[in-house]
Design a protein around this ligand. Structure first.
Ligand SMILES: [Zn+2]
Length: 135
């Protein structure tokens, strides 16, 4: 099972990579296209700054190639191998999949990218939750 504390949790749900307490994104729904990559500046729980340096998230473009290929391969296997469509249809399925999942791919890439640099921090979670109780 995927639960808080696992890197996969932060990657799949786009939550703060250090405390896993809240979404990094202003709008949780990636299909509100005007807000796909609108992120909060810092985590309100642990004060982690997401943008480590200016244009930090440009690096996530490299990740998005890999994620895009993973989606393309999945679309190909499902349409060609499993559903038995022709190569032409399988190719169209790949293009449609990549377009349909673009917001998801963009966010997954950012989530993976930031999780390469930051990890879940149990102590930080304890500290931030006790602090918020005091206030
Ligand atoms: Zn946090």
């Amino acid at each position: 099972m995927i639960r808080k504390g696992m890197k996969l949790y932060s990657i799949l749900f786009g939550v703060c990579p250090k405390c896993h307490q809240e979404s990094m994104y202003q709008n949780k729904n990636p299909y509100v296209l005007s807000e796909v990559i609108k992120m909060r500046e810092t985590c309100s729980h642990c004060k982690t700054k997401y943008q480590i340096e200016p244009s930090f998230f440009y690096g996530s473009m490299y990740v998005s190639y890999a994620v895009g290929i993973a989606f393309a391969v999945a679309a190909f296997i499902i349409s060609y191998n499993i559903l038995g469509f022709s190569l032409t249809i399988a190719f169209i399925a790949i293009v449609v999949t990549l377009i349909a999942f673009m917001p998801v791919i963009m966010r997954l890439s950012r989530n993976i990218w930031i999780n390469l640099f930051m990890s879940y921090d149990k102590e930080l979670v304890k500290k931030s939750t006790t602090e918020s109780k005091q206030h």
